[in-house]
Design a protein. Structure first.
Length: 114
């Protein structure tokens, strides 16, 4: 197995990279990057691990947004600015029927490294 395949954890990947110092994430309605963001998340250092998934208010509860792929890109490529589309998922039960609601968002991120 190659080193890349065996080494998928943050600590292992970061041995060859700068450390994440600060991050600022803004979640906007899909393709509507304006001053009216739907959510804002900031942190320093390893606090990014608390944001593997984030929650937003949903139709009948809360939506869960998986940021695993976003963080993989941040760890591997270390961009100072990154924008991507993400999907919020919410499971609702209506009239004894379970449904999965999906809502698209645009994530805009600023990062600094040391």
């Amino acid at each position: 197995m190659s080193h890349q395949t065996e080494c998928l954890s943050y600590d292992c990947l970061m041995t060859d990279y700068k450390q994440l110092m600060n991050f600022d994430l803004k979640l906007y309605p899909y393709h509507q990057v304006t001053s009216q963001y739907a959510g804002s998340f900031t942190g320093t250092g390893d606090q990014w691990k608390q944001y593997q998934t984030i929650k937003q208010p949903g139709f009948n509860g809360s939506q869960v947004i998986d940021l695993t792929n976003f963080w993989r890109i941040v760890i591997e490529h270390q961009p100072s600015h990154y924008q991507c589309d993400v999907i919020g998922l919410e499971t609702i039960v209506k009239w004894s029927s379970t449904r999965q609601l999906k809502e698209r968002f645009t994530l805009v991120a600023q990062m600094t490294y040391k």
